[in-house]
Write a protein that binds this ligand. Sequence first.
Ligand SMILES: [Zn+2]
Length: 250
Amino acid sequence: MIDTHIHADSRSSEDFEDMYLAGIDTAITCSFYPYKVSEEILLNHLNRILEFDTKRASRYGIDLKVALGIHPTNTIENPERIFNELYSWIENKQIIAIGEIGLEDLTDIEIETFKKQLAIADETDSKVIIHTPRKNKLEVLKKILDITPQYLDEKQAVIDHINSDVIGEVIDKDYMLGLTVQPQKLDVAGAIAILDEFGFDRFFLDSDMSNNPSDHLSVPKTIRELTRLGYKQSDIEKVSQDNAKKYYGL
Ligand SMILES: [Zn+2]
């Protein structure tokens, strides 16, 4: 199985061990720093993920793929050095996507940072992982859907943390969609209800395990529940790994 969105830097080695034993072979870890950032702190955070957490997870059998970028809550005044690093990480194939990026409070600096990262993705033909917030999800999602196609082909973007309240806004577009099975976001039954209604082709599953309350086994739990309920094996495999493998070329 592939957990398509985690924050490995904020989790323990014991979590990686549990995940591996539950059948997760690969996870995509994204950037997000939970406290005040400066250019130096952010760069250290991003390099730590790339150079330290990948090795830490691999000791427990988890192949950690990396998405780096400036999370909307980590915006800084002068992000140029980070953007330059992004170009080189992409060129050196050290990251599989720019992420997670997106909008949170709709401030001007957030919007500028988001647009710039979409432009870099377009220029470098990269994928992006776009965060949608817990609060004002619909309003912020509408802004994301307004901005993104001005910079990037919808097919190059994953819109994450989609739930049943907002799925109507995105289901007819070309984005890939992330279902985040996490306390306070979406439970196993809620994710399965969405897959049941809209099919398995356009979705990824993830735990978004982070400093926030999380279940590092929520992807295996969802997959096992789909199996127990008798869904088609070929459909289950789409969300357990096939969609992510195909999309990111893993
Ligand atoms: Zn996240």
